[in-house]
Design a protein around this ligand. Sequence first.
Ligand SMILES: [Zn+2]
Length: 63
Amino acid sequence: METRPDGAPLMVCKYCLLYELGHCRKHNPMKNEPRHLRMANDTLLDIIFDCKNCEMQIWEHKQ
Ligand SMILES: [Zn+2]
């Protein structure tokens, strides 16, 4: 799992978007996983998947 050196995620979801898409890393890994989430107000967020724990972290997007 990728880790961020500082700060905390905006949100940790007990829900895996990859699983929803049928591409959980545990079962059916995907070549080009989604890395970002674009909100309705055009804010870009980073997604970090933690399939080992079936969690997904949402981070503020950093350039
Ligand atoms: Zn998963």
